[in-house]
Design a binder for this molecule. Structure first.
Ligand SMILES: [Zn+2]
Length: 408
């Protein structure tokens, strides 16, 4: 590449960054005039007018009501045209996939959940996702050009840059170039990210993380992991594996985890952990109402059933659920001491069990290092059941408003 080409390239990139900067200010402010944008960005008024002109031509920004006058002519207010583009979010779970179509303000147009057949492999997953996405777009009368992109949340370790899924936790999928395969099948831009990081991003944009810059979202369900946002940016670590708290050692004398090692947090504080603990006691002949509730089939043991039994006063169920809350409390206390976030957001099925939250708080009360760490806010995901799938769609909004796609 010659020297001049490099200069031209940098200039275009600069211009594109300013355009996305302006677009994001319009989004954040809701309504704003050109003069106010110039003041906020320190760009010259002609530059703002030019770039806003491009955004108007592209239909991403609308001119609306005139605003209050500050002496002279009343300014025209600008806002984001939220239905100019739509974004698809996909949340791949253990036994089902959720799909959501949202507009640029995260209003949900349509939401679907479809069962995933057992023992699905990488090829089958790509086929299922692309067929279902095509069908959903067809049903909603959407053409490809209206779709800004697709965000996919995947359990396990994902390379965010390449969309390569190294190891999909609890599904038998390894080394799947999911982004590449879906883009080839659908001809739409795809971003793939670990699911709890997607949840964290969704909560940061639209949920309980909106007003803080350092937030950790912890998923507690089939898998236990964390999405860490520091200084308003996703923290992924050197090899992209940051946040795997489910596989931190919590009990040296524990049992084997799904990762093959002994004593991970996830081997205790997850649906699988609850099932393991109950099964062990049933096999040992322990008296419990769960024995009747599962009608002789240990496959019927699940977190919800055990939680309900605990609420009815079943001693075994109470012990198992208590242990889950206690170990989560220890892990969270450790995390607070290492990272000291402003807020922790809990998501996933087990986070909705009241007594688990109570036990987490009790451990923090008893063991936190200081008054400040004891007082770290711990809240539930605001987006609840939609947290991960809307978060997955937010991956695309994040790129669109804050980065790469604008101006390409
Ligand atoms: Zn493990």
């Amino acid at each position: 590449m010659g020297k001049n080409e490099h200069v031209v390239g940098s200039f275009q990139l600069m211009k594109s960054i300013n355009k996305s900067l302006i677009l994001n200010i319009i989004r954040e402010e809701g309504e704003i005039s050109r003069a106010e944008i110039a003041k906020m960005t320190k760009l010259t008024p002609p530059t703002v007018t030019n770039l806003v002109g491009e955004l108007l031509t592209e239909g991403i920004v609308l001119e609306g009501q005139t605003g209050p006058s500050s002496g002279g002519r009343r300014p025209i207010m600008l806002s984001v045209n939220q239905s100019r583009y739509y974004v698809l979010g996909v949340d791949v779970g253990i036994d089902s996939v959720r799909y959501v179509l949202i507009d640029l303000s995260a209003n949900i147009v349509v939401k679907k959940e479809k069962a995933l057949p057992p023992q699905v492999d990488g090829d089958a997953l790509v086929e299922i996702l692309s067929e279902n996405i095509k069908l959903l777009l067809e049903e909603e009368n959407m053409v490809r050009e209206q779709i800004l992109g697709i965000g996919v949340g995947m359990p396990g370790i994902v390379n965010y840059q390449t969309g390569f899924c190294e190891d999909v936790e609890l599904l038998d999928i390894q080394n799947l170039p999911l982004k590449e395969r879906l883009e080839a099948a659908l001809n739409i831009s795809v971003i793939v990210e670990n699911d709890v990081r997607a949840t964290a991003l969704g909560e940061k944009w639209f949920g309980n993380g909106k007003d803080v810059s350092d937030v950790i979202c912890i998923n507690i369900g089939h898998v236990v992991d964390a999405g860490i946002i520091l200084n308003n940016e996703m923290f992924r670590g050197e090899n992209g594996i940051a946040g795997q708290i489910g596989h931190t050692l919590i009990d040296m004398n524990g049992h084997q985890c799904s990762c093959g090692r002994i004593g991970c947090l996830q081997s205790i504080a997850s649906h699988g952990g609850i099932k393991y603990a109950v099964k062990e006691q049933l096999d040992a002949g322990r008296e419990t109402s769960i024995r009747d509730a599962i009608a002789g089939d240990e496959n019927n043991i699940n977190g919800k059933l055990v939680y309900e039994a605990a609420k009815q006063g079943d001693q075994l169920a109470i012990e198992v659920i208590n242990k889950v809350g206690m170990y989560l409390g220890i892990a969270i206390a450790n995390l607070i001491d290492v990272i000291n976030p402003q807020r922790i957001i809990l998501s996933g099925g087990l986070s909705r069990f009241d007594s688990i939250l109570k036990d987490i708080h009790q451990v923090l009360d008893e063991r936190a290092l200081s008054e400040e760490s004891r007082n770290t806010q711990i809240v539930l995901a605001h987006l609840q059941d939609n947290a991960t799938v809307v978060g997955a769609a937010t991956l695309v909004l994040n790129e669109f408003f804050l980065g790469d796609l604008v101006g390409n």
